[in-house]
Ligand binder design. Structure first.
Ligand SMILES: Cc1cc2nc3c(=O)[nH]c(=O)nc-3n(C[C@H](O)[C@H](O)[C@H](O)COP(=O)(O)OP(=O)(O)OC[C@H]3O[C@@H](n4cnc5c(N)ncnc54)[C@H](O)[C@@H]3O)c2cc1C
Length: 417
C-alpha cells in the first residue's frame, strides 16, 4: 500500500487527487490531501467578491464567501481521498515526512507539492504594508467593506469626492480588478445617492504598456474597454514608494494621493519552499522539475502549478501561472504516480499548452483569445468565460452541485455588472 500525500488543494492539487482516486483502488494507495483551509478557493472569481455589491449583507458575508470557496467535502465525497485541514510547517525529504501544525507527522511514498504563490512587492518601500492584496477571501471582503464605508461617509459629507482607487500592476489581474471596481463603485455610488464623477480609478503599470504578453489588437480592445468604463491608464510609471494614502511614481517623482491602493503587481513562489532541504529551486524560488514533473534529483517528489518552473520547449521561457496549467500538470502527475504504483517503467511527459485565455474587463464584457487568429470580445467573450467556469465546476463536483454553484455565482455577481 502506497501513501500518496498532496500538499495544497489548489487547482493542481485537487486535479491530482481526483485523478488518482479514479485511477488507483483504495487497496493500492492511501491518498491524502493537506490544505490549511477546508475549502478549494476558486481564485478567478475573487475579484468579483471584492467588488460585489450586496444591499443586505450579513456580518460574515457567508453568501459571498460560498461563491468562491468550494468545500473539499463536496469535491471528494465518495472518492476515498482523505482531506486534512492543517498548515504544513515542515517537510523532511530525507525521512519522507510532512509535519503540520500541532506536530502531526505524515509519512509518504509520493509527495506532490502544490503550494501556489504569495504576493511579491519587489522590496518597494511601503508596498507590503499599505496595499490591499488579493490572495484570500478575507482580503477581498475587507476591501469590499471599506469601499462601502467610504461611500457612505462621502454621502454624509464626511469624506471628499471623488473616492480614489489605484490599481498597481496592469497584468490580467490588474485589468480584471480595475474593471470590477468600476462596476461596483458605480452601484454603491448610485445606492448612496451620489453624483457622476465621484469615482476615480487609475491603473498603473511600470512597463511601457499594459498586458505585454498579448498582441496589439487584443490590447487595443482591452484598452478601449477600460477607458470606456472610466479607468485612467498610466504606463511607463514604476511605483517607487507607497504610503498610507499615496504612491510615488519614478525616482523623486510625483506623489499620487488616493483612498485605496490595490497591489496586483506580482507574485512569487511560496517562501515555504526555501526551507525544504534538498529541494532544487530556481532563482525565483520555484521548484525545478524534469519533463515528467518530478523534482530534480527526487523521483518520489512531484511539483505542479504556480510553485513550479517549467520551460516551454518551444520558447525556452517559463510557462505562465494559470489554472489550466496546474490542472494539466495534475493530470500528468496522477498518471505517472499510478504507473509507478502499478510497476510500469515508462512515464508520461508534460507538454505545455496554454494558448487560450479569457480576460474579463468589467461588467458583461470579456476578451477570449481562442487561438492566434480567433479572438472573441464583448458579451460573447463573457459567455465563454461563464462556460469555462461551468466546465471546471462540472469537472470537480457532482452535476447538481456544479449547476447550483454556477447559478449562485451568476445571481450574485451579475448584480455588479
Ligand atoms: C485573483 C486571481 C485571479 C486569477 N484568475 C485566473 C483566471 O481567470 N484564469 C487562470 O487560468 N488563472 C487565474 N489565476 C491564476 C490561477 O489561480 C493560478 O495559476 C492557480 O491557482 C495555480 O494553482 P496551484 O494549484 O498551483 O495553486 P493554488 O490554486 O494557489 O493553491 C495552493 C493551495 O495551497 C494551499 N497552501 C499553501 N501553503 C500551504 C501550507 N503551508 N499548508 C497548507 N496548505 C497550503 C493554499 O491554501 C491553496 O489551497 C488567478 C489568480 C489570482 C490570485
Amino acid at each position: 500500500m502506497e501513501n500518496i500525500l498532496i500538499v495544497g488543494g489548489g487547482f493542481g492539487g485537487v486535479k491530482t487527487a481526483l485523478e488518482l482516486s479514479r485511477k488507483l483502488s483504495s487497496k493500492k494507495a492511501n491518498i491524502t490531501l493537506i490544505d490549511r483551509n477546508n475549502y478549494h478557493l476558486f481564485l478567478p472569481s475573487l475579484y468579483e467578491l471584492a467588488s460585489a455589491y450586496i444591499v443586505k449583507t450579513d456580518p460574515y458575508q457567508l453568501k459571498l464567501r460560498k461563491t468562491v470557496s468550494i468545500p473539499y467535502e463536496d469535491i471528494f465525497k465518495d472518492t476515498g481521498v482523505k482531506v486534512v485541514q492543517a498548515q504544513v510547517e515542515k517537510i523532511d525529504l530525507a525521512k519522507k515526512e510532512v509535519i503540520t501544525g500541532g506536530d502531526a507527522v505524515f509519512s509518504y511514498d509520493h509527495l506532490v507539492l502544490g503550494f501556489g504563490v504569495e504576493t511579491d512587492t519587489f522590496g518597494i518601500p511601503g508596498a507590503m504594508e499599505y496595499t490591499y492584496k488579493f490572495k484570500g477571501i478575507d482580503e477581498a471582503l475587507f476591501l469590499n467593506q471599506r469601499m462601502l464605508e467610504l461611500y457612505k461617509k462621502a454621502a454624509n459629507g464626511r469624506h471628499s469626492l471623488p473616492i480614489k482607487f489605484i490599481v498597481a500592476g496592469a497584468g490580467f489581474n490588474g485589468i480584471e480588478l480595475a474593471g470590477e471596481l468600476a462596476g461596483c463603485a458605480e452601484n454603491i455610488k448610485n445606492a448612496c445617492g451620489l453624483h457622476h464623477g465621484c469615482i476615480d480609478i487609475q491603473l498603473i503599470e511600470a512597463g511601457p504598456q499594459i498586458l505585454p504578453m498579448i498582441n496589439d489588437k487584443e490590447r487595443q480592445i482591452i484598452r478601449r474597454r477600460l477607458e470606456k468604463i472610466g479607468i485612467k491608464i498610466l504606463e511607463s510609471s514604476p511605483i517607487k514608494e507607497v504610503g498610507p494614502n499615496f504612491v510615488k511614481i519614478g525616482e523623486g517623482g510625483e506623489k499620487i494621493f488616493t483612498d485605496f491602493i490595490v497591489w496586483t503587481g506580482g507574485v512569487r513562489a511560496s517562501s515555504f519552499l526555501q526551507n525544504i532541504t534538498g529541494l532544487k529551486l530556481d532563482a525565483k524560488g520555484k521548484v525545478v522539475v524534469n519533463p515528467s514533473l518530478q523534482a530534480e534529483g527526487r523521483e518520489e517528489v512531484w511539483a505542479l502549478g504556480d510553485n513550479t518552473v517549467f520551460l516551454d520547449p518551444a520558447t525556452q521561457k517559463p510557462i505562465p501561472g494559470l489554472a489550466s496549467v496546474a490542472i494539466d500538470q495534475g493530470a500528468v502527475i496522477a498518471e505517472n504516480i499510478k504507473r509507478i504504483v502499478l510497476g510500469e517503467k515508462k512515464l508520461e511527459t508534460y507538454h505545455p499548452e496554454y494558448g487560450i485565455w479569457v480576460a474579463p474587463v468589467g461588467g458583461k464584457f470579456a476578451v477570449a483569445h481562442l487561438n492566434k487568429s480567433l479572438t472573441i470580445s464583448g458579451v460573447p467573450g463573457w459567455i465563454i468565460r461563464q462556460l469555462v467556469n461551468l466546465k471546471y465546476f462540472l469537472g470537480i463536483l457532482p452535476v447538481s452541485r456544479a449547476l447550483s454553484l454556477m447559478a449562485e455565482e451568476t445571481e450574485i455577481f451579475i448584480k455588479n455588472d
